[in-house]
Ligand binder design. Structure first.
Ligand code: FNR
Length: 419
């Protein structure tokens, strides 16, 4: 990896691209965020792109997450010798090369056949932490094996079944995850208009449930839900058969055996029944605290009072996020919520941020408004859609170079100087 001193990374990245241009090569993975999104759109099915890019309701919060950044401006300082820029950050005793990591994003098989494995390989190659999603397409054990000692965290959706929640946490510990991120804002799916209009939910095709189907507790829950058949009186149509086939193909093992065993259907049904606990409340956090010694972060914080409660409850970190505008339409843009929360937390625990990060200047603004680090969301999946693991690497490198360059040009020598 390039020396993080002397803006070496940014210079190298720029010259690789410009020198490529001399011999007629343009970046396969566009650098401009909107071009990147469009390039992914070209490669994906309508359903996959809607699932990735879409949001809740009229998508005001999706748009707001972007436009709210424009209300803040960087005021560059001159003559400060910022030839050396240190982008590294320390969280929970671990040092990371840049103040961004990869957000947990589910159902990656919709965007590339190598799915989470491609992302894990890219994250490891770039030394960036990856947060494994509860809704991953590849079990966390396989991703961890592909990452060597490279850092990873685990994102938890709290199941109706305490045993299943505990099993996920144990597996995260066993696979070397350095923290648990409990996502609070998706106890139910938001009113996602694009997905609703296409009548498409990937989980019903047994996609994005690999953490579950690879789990011993989930497999025993499947037996309990085995004989219920909500579809008994429904008409069988070519579309039903197609879904049944897809389910069987997506479920682990032989497609033919799966078709006749009924397991995929049972898995989907069990997942729908158990995936999340809408009754989740502050008392449940004590249970999680007793389950693990790993740092626990709460993802989905938007109100300073909730952040204060998190600190009082002994939580180790919070993530200010509105889930990329996918949950509550009209919710406050995440960047607008950040300053009040950072002020309340007052440095007692790390504050992370996501929802809208697209450029290096967005990272600088988030750090300036009180974040210790940020999560990169949709853009790395656009990269995955365009060019697999190499696409994810390109997006990571571009963001890193953009950040380093803008820090230097603004006279900022390290994250600590951003204020
Ligand atoms: C997500 N996000 C998400 N979050 C989470 O905690 N667990 C998950 O499984 C998922 N899955 C998921 C799928 C897709 C397709 C998207 C776009 C997002 C939310 C994610 O972690 C993050 O909060 C947002 O992506 C941030 O918004 P931007 O920057 O992508 O707009």
């Amino acid at each position: 990896m390039a020396d993080r001193q002397d803006q070496a990374f940014a210079r190298q990245r720029q010259s690789d691209i410009y020198i490529g241009g001399v011999s007629g090569r343009k970046p396969v993975v566009p650098v401009n965020p909107e071009e990147l999104r469009q390039a992914a759109k070209k490669r994906l099915s309508r359903q996959a792109f809607a699932y990735l890019a879409g949001g809740a309701g009229s998508e005001t919060t999706v748009r707001g997450n972007q436009t709210a950044f424009d209300r803040w401006h960087i005021v560059p300082r001159m003559l400060r010798d910022a030839s050396r820029v240190d982008t590294s950050v320390t969280l929970f005793g671990y040092e990371y090369p840049v103040p961004f990591m990869l957000a947990p994003i589910g159902v990656l098989e919709l965007f590339h056949a190598d799915a989470d494995l491609a992302v894990a390989q890219a994250a490891a190659a770039e030394g960036i932490p990856m947060i494994f999603s509860s809704q991953a397409s590849v079990p966390m054990e396989a991703c961890a094996a592909a990452m060597g000692n490279s850092p990873r965290w685990f994102q938890l959706y709290w199941s109706i079944s305490d045993e299943l929640t505990e099993s996920f946490v144990r597996r995260a510990e066993d696979t070397g995850c350095q923290a648990i991120v409990l996502t609070l804002d998706t106890t139910r799916l938001g009113w996602r208009t694009q997905d609703l209009d296409l009548a498409y939910l990937p989980f019903l095709e047994a996609r994005g449930i690999a953490q579950y189907t690879s789990d011993p507790v989930f497999r025993s829950l499947m037996k309990e839900h085995g004989d219920e058949d909500p579809g008994r009186n429904k008409k069988i149509t070519p579309s039903t058969l197609r879904t049944l086939y897809r389910m069987s193909r997506n479920y682990p093992g032989s497609t033919l055996k799966n078709l006749f065993s009924g397991k995929p259907m049972r898995a989907v049904r069990t997942f729908i029944r158990t995936y999340s606990r809408p009754a989740l409340n502050w008392n449940d956090l004590t249970t999680l605290r007793h389950l693990t010694d790993l740092p626990i972060l709460l993802k989905g914080m938007l109100h300073p009072d909730d952040a204060q409660k998190a600190v009082s409850a002994g939580i180790d970190g919070i993530i200010v996020s509105n889930h990329g505008g996918r949950q509550v339409d009209g919710a406050i843009p995440a960047i607008s919520a950040l300053p009040g929360i950072a002020e309340t937390v007052a440095g007692r625990i790390p504050v992370l941020f996501d929802s809208g990060i697209r450029t290096g200047s967005h990272v600088i603004k988030a750090l300036a408004l009180g974040a210790d680090a940020v999560l990169l969301g949709r853009p790395y999946v656009y990269g995955l859609s365009v060019a697999g693991s190499e696409g994810v690497r390109a997006v990571i490198r571009n963001l890193r170079a953009d950040l380093e360059l803008n820090m230097g040009l603004s006279g900022i020598k390290s994250n600590k100087e951003i204020a």
